[in-house]
Design a protein around this ligand. Structure first.
Ligand SMILES: Cc1cc2nc3c(=O)[nH]c(=O)nc-3n(C[C@H](O)[C@H](O)[C@H](O)COP(=O)(O)OP(=O)(O)OC[C@H]3O[C@@H](n4cnc5c(N)ncnc54)[C@H](O)[C@@H]3O)c2cc1C
Length: 477
């Protein structure tokens, strides 16, 4: 069994907040890592280099206000923590030396569904609730938040909003953004809340200051989110293609049609094989439709016709879709297990316009293979799936697996990550479609955002968080 070593906390628990803040080692260790590759590698090596000095478990919003006020005065960096499933170093308390200490602010006790409005089909929900508890609380109302990221079981509503997560819908309402009606945020300067309306043209949307803020502008404490009835009608099929070009042509045609498939996941042949969906001799498209109020078989039939126009071969009903779903649910656990066997296993995701899609895929594959070869880690598997599709572009998702060396997994990972990220920027694709920026993506995020945008974001931070204690190093340099 690995034994962990965290240096003693550098600061003490403030007496007035002893009901909220703890400095016990198990709590500090539990918040020392997220789920980034370097986090997992460090955890396996028994290293807790960045264990927070303190952990706070606010029971209500006034606790959050008090913790932020104390931390601002004391110069303690605050790292909001939802489910801790960040894969980009977003919750890792690695903030540099200029702070008096670090505090992980765990929102797990803010986990209630406070209000359900069945007329407008929306609910006011606290940020710390995890996916399954949220679904359980809404089920008696016959409603659901139809947003299921792959990490749904161990990630929180606040984390989804703070990272602009991507859910199971492959087209249309792909992100949590589309479900957020209004938000409530506690920043060190004070609490703020946006107007609860279905839509507003009143200037730049204030909700957007919370969406994707990654804890750098404040703590999301609750949100009104849009709900749907649970789908009463579903229909799905798998389609095989002989080439990636034809398969991408079909995905583009479907995304540009008005059929609105809920599932439109394309696996290249390597990914189809590693997901045990197919033997690796064809590209595989999972096509699915759902509705709460009307049958969707006719939409599936039209979707399959569209695939046939691109040389897609529809498979007998049910084949492949079930194995894809179970591989999708298993994958979160598989990566951790593979690391125990010294396999460098990492995923990168991006989005680009359709005209660039095949070029981006080729550029990333080349860059990753070159980096692996230079690290002496060839042969390796580099596979692609396409998770979300839009009328104007697509979100490719890359999985890299290579046999590494025990105790030396981070250096090759860094080389692969840098090569893939440079290739993305070079090819005009984004550094992330839905995994957020965190600490890992900062150098490339800065390259893709206009300089004045970065200045404006820093000015917003200065107004909301004058002491600059909120998740330092994430989003704002
Ligand atoms: C196996 C696996 C599968 C994944 N699949 C997906 C996927 O399908 N789609 C997807 O989008 N992502 C996915 N992710 C990434 C991750 O789950 C998402 O980024 C998720 O939204 C993070 O939620 P969380 O509650 O775990 O947030 P955390 O990891 O705790 O935090 C993420 C970031 O948000 C900040 N934060 C958290 N809560 C708050 C709050 N209340 N207020 C302000 N800031 C806050 C944190 O400081 C941090 O910067 C996956 C991760 C893993 C490990």
């Amino acid at each position: 069994m690995t034994s962990y070593d965290a240096s003693p906390p550098g600061i003490g628990v403030p007496g007035a907040l002893a009901h909220v803040i703890v400095d016990a080692e198990p709590d500090r260790l539990a918040h020392a890592w997220g789920k980034s590759f370097t986090d997992l590698a460090q955890a396996r090596e028994g290293r807790a280099d960045h264990a927070p000095d303190l952990v706070a478990y606010p029971a209500d919003e006034s606790d959050v206000v008090e913790v932020l006020a104390w931390a601002s005065d004391a110069g303690v960096a605050v790292i909001p923590y939802g489910g801790g499933s960040s894969v980009v170093g977003g919750v890792t308390p690695d903030v540099g030396a200029e702070f008096a200490g670090t505090l992980s602010l765990d929102l797990q006790r803010l986990d209630g569904v406070l209000d359900v409005d069945p007329v407008s089909r929306a609910a006011r929900i606290q940020a710390g609730i995890l996916g399954p508890a949220l679904a359980d609380a809404l089920r008696p109302h016959g409603l659901a938040l139809r947003h299921y990221p792959q990490s749904y079981e161990f990630s929180s509503l606040g984390g989804w909003i703070a990272t602009r997560s991507g859910g199971h819908y492959a087209t249309g309402r792909t992100r949590i953004d589309d479900f957020v009606e209004s938000v409530r945020v506690v920043s060190p300067a004070g609490a703020w809340e946006t107007l609860r309306v279905p839509s507003s043209g009143a200037g730049p949307d204030p909700v957007r200051l919370a969406l994707g803020n990654e804890g750098a502008l404040g703590v999301i404490t609750e949100a009104w989110v849009r709900l749907d009835p649970r789908p009463a009608f579903t229909a799905a099929a798998t389609v095989h293609f002989d080439s990636l070009g034809e398969a991408l042509g079909a995905v583009r045609a479907l995304a540009q049609s008005d059929l609105a498939p809920s599932n439109l996941r394309l696996l290249d042949r390597a990914e189809a094989a590693t997901s045990f969906v197919h033997d690796g001799s064809a590209e595989v498209l999972i096509l699915g439709f759902e509705s709460g109020d009307h049958p969707v078989e006719d939409r599936l039939a039209a979707g399959l016709e569209c695939c046939a126009d691109h040389a897609g071969q529809a498979q007998p009903r049910g084949e492949g879709a079930g194995s894809w779903r179970s591989a999708f649910l298993r994958m979160p656990y598989l990566r951790d297990a593979l690391m125990d066997h010294a396999i460098v296993c990492e995923t990168f995701e991006t989005a680009c316009t359709w005209d660039r899609a095949e070029g981006v895929v080729a550029a990333v594959r080349d860059a990753v293979l070159r980096a692996l070869a230079s690290e002496g880690l060839a042969p390796a598997s580099v596979s692609f799936r396409f998770t979300h599709a839009y009328p104007d572009g697509v979100a490719p998702y890359v999985t890299v697996m290579a046999r590494g060396r025990h105790g030396d997994l981070v250096a090759p990972w860094r080389a692969i990550k840098a090569a893939a990220s440079d290739a993305l920027v070079e090819a005009g694709a984004t550094i992330t479609h839905h995994h957020a920026v965190g600490r890992d993506h900062m150098p490339w995020y800065r390259q893709e955002t206009p300089p004045w945008y970065a200045v404006s974001l820093a000015a917003a931070r200065d107004a909301l968080d004058p002491a600059g204690i909120m998740n330092p190093g994430v989003l704002i340099p």
